[in-house]
Design a protein around this ligand. Structure first.
Ligand code: GLU
Length: 281
């Protein structure tokens, strides 16, 4: 049975881009007679706000998207992140890092999908792990995992190339786990068989596939969908004035009709839907 999920982070209100992501996850599950879960990614305690999670649920109901089963709260899963980190540490694949963003920016020379590639300054150094972040020794991890492949429903078969990220942070100083670790473990824990998300996160799936290989997790299929962008080609963002779904809901917009328009890529003036891996703004 196919199972998808919509996994918003409650640190801002949802906008049309999120609505589109939720519709894709919901409709693919329904089309195949499967299940659609709602997972609130609230592990970043400093940025997550419970009232935003409430607004997100109201938004989904307004759009006519019903999820199956209870809402999954990522903050209830912290133990599983620690246990996975312990396994990776025991495999010699994690090292503590105390570099600041400014220190990294001063010495890093290469860019990866998430910004500057960490130059490995703390690798092999004797660092007190208290208060440190933990990074994945990418070269070693790739060597241990061996060649890996994964499948995107739209882009076809992929060879995993997580090395393009360099030594990523898996456990952050200020949050219990990075997005990569938490999302990978939760997708496995929730039995997600089809991971749907925007094409801007296409590259992240190389890392998730690597973590699945290292931790012996089931491998789902992926469906990286198109993105709604503004006239200048940039993704929607509340800070640039994109209206939130909560605003539209309060203004009396018909949510179900809006969802149907989005399904047909009928968008408000000035917005467009771009597709394909190369579409990332
Ligand atoms: N919480 C992530 C986001 O809102 C989820 C991305 C994903 O679906 O993997 O971007």
């Amino acid at each position: 049975m196919i199972r998808t999920r919509f996994a918003p982070s409650p640190n801002g209100l949802l906008h049309l881009g999120h609505a589109y992501a939720a519709i894709v996850a919901h409709d693919l599950a329904r089309y195949h007679g499967g299940e659609f879960l709602l997972r609130i990614e609230d592990i970043d305690a400093a940025r997550s706000r419970p009232e935003l999670a409430e607004a997100m649920m109201a938004d989904l109901q307004w759009l006519g998207l019903e999820w199956d089963g209870p809402v999954v709260w990522q903050s209830s899963r912290l133990g599983s992140y620690g246990a996975a980190a312990d396994r990776l540490r025991a495999m010699g694949l994690l090292y503590p890092c105390i570099c600041t963003r400014a220190e990294i920016a001063a010495v890093a020379t290469q860019h990866g999908p998430d910004g500057l590639i960490y130059p490995g300054t703390c690798r092999g150094r004797d660092i007190d792990p208290a208060g440190a972040a933990w990074r994945l020794d990418m070269a070693r991890a790739v060597e241990i995992a061996g060649p890996l492949v994964w499948e995107d429903e739209l882009a076809g078969p992929q060879t995993a190339t997580p090395e393009i990220f360099g030594d990523i942070v898996l456990l952050r100083k200020e949050a219990p786990a990075s997005y990569h670790l938490a999302a990978t473990l939760d997708d496995a824990g929730d039995g997600i068989t089809l991971v749907t998300r925007g094409a801007d996160l296409f590259a992240a799936s190389h890392v998730h596939r690597l973590l699945q290989g290292l931790l012996g997790l089931p491998v789902p299929r992926w469906h990286h969908h198109g993105l709604i962008v503004e006239g200048d080609g940039r993704k929607l963002a509340k800070r640039r004035g994109s209206p939130s779904l909560a605003d539209m809901r309060r203004d009396g917009v018909d949510g179900r009709a809006l969802a149907d328009d989005l399904r047909h890529a009928l968008l408000p003036a000035g917005l467009s839907l771009i597709t394909g891996i190369g579409c990332v703004p």
